[in-house]
Design a protein around this ligand. Sequence first.
Ligand code: GDP
Ligand code: IMO
Ligand code: MG
Length: 434
Amino acid sequence: MSSLIVVGCQWGDEGKGKIVDYLASQADYVTRFQGGSNAGHTINVGNETYKLRLLPSGVLHRKKLVIANGVVVDPAVLLQEISDLTGHGYAPDLALSDRAHVTLSYHQMLDAAEEKFKGALRSGTTLRGIGPTYTDKVARYGIRVCDLLDAETLKQKLTQNSILKQKILTSVYESDSRVDERQLLDTCLRFGKELQPYVADTSIVLSNALDNGKRVLFEGAQGLMLDVDHGLYPFGTSSNTVAGAVCTGAGIGPGRINGVLGVVKAYTSRVGAGPVPTELTDEIGSRLQEKGKEFGTVTGRRRRCGWVDAVALRLAVRVNSLSTMALTKVDTLGGFSPIKICVEYELDGRRITEQPAALREYSNCKPVYEEMEGWPDLPPSDWASIAKKGYSSLPTQARSYIERLEEITKVPAKIISVGEARNATIHRSEVWPG
Ligand code: GDP
Ligand code: IMO
Ligand code: MG
């Protein structure tokens, strides 16, 4: 058996979709285990661009796909994605967990109302109802995929939830949004009917797959700094985005995990609110944003850009037990010189090497940089031919940058991505364990 977890090591959008698609050719199963349709994972194949929000990024290789219990599933988004992909000739071979919680319209209403109420403490969510769905799960108000198949349970839960959510929306948040119980029931029954062929106990599906020697890839969404425990609370998302979340989110034990690959963008990007120590609010930041086409996949918002933050990367290495890194967007950094790496923070005149928990302290952290010489800006065709020739044909300065990041993190960067396309990828050595 062999299992490999892919996680984001920064603020999301590191290029997980591209890397998972790349690795999926060598996998049998690709599994999402946390997050929901807040994710936007981009895959470029030929002239086509696919932006996946719930379906695992193995769909274009026609692999077995699993949406496990830890994911919050918006059935409308999932059904639309299934229909779009089927229309492109990629009908998904999907197992959807009967235990996954579903995101309904009242979750999105609450997401908007909560953000408005929070004001300066809002995290600039994707407004997809992610936080309220996880809140319901933990508070035990949640509706699960299995409930969509049981009209009686569904009715009982929806009646209670409609009354409660309407009260909260109207009386607490002074929102005009209306929860329509009848419509919710009809919609949920339709969702149940349409999703029924995919519903399974995915913990058993995955366990059997591993018992039978299959290769299973776990696809993380978001990134370390958005993790609800280890990221920058309260500016992150509502799930655990770290590798450990695979155990609870997919129902497999820690002993079945063989390797963890962290995806690291060669610089930092952040969509949404909250402090980012290495953010560049100057012309360099704007150039990175434009050159990297850094717009949110889900919301279209401009991503804030800055230098790579090795303090965050070291945290990612520690909490995820990273065995390998995939470094993306090395091509985008071409033409910037010098390039900076944040190695420590300065806080109240002291040098610190770890992230403080308190938001006020984190907001006051100033990056301490190391500088490195940059490499030339090259056209995509040059990067494609470099990818073909291999690691040694990368510009010397790019190799020095990669090797410095390896030295700081003590993790080998076995995959280097130098473009959006599948083949703009350098595979330095085997990433699959065993
Ligand atoms: P994800 O959420 O981690 O899957 O990342 P997104 O798909 O939201 O954002 C990453 C963006 O960078 C997408 O538009 C990718 O096509 C693109 N991308 C990924 N790797 C590279 C790379 O090495 N070079 C360039 N230029 N673009 C890349
Ligand atoms: P992928 O998987 C980047 C951010 C939002 C917001 C915060 C909370 O594509 O990397 P939420 O809607 O989850 O309650 O929003 O988290 N966020 C992401 N940022 N990439 C993502 O996913 C994200 N998913 C959520 O912008 O700041
Ligand atoms: Mg994304």
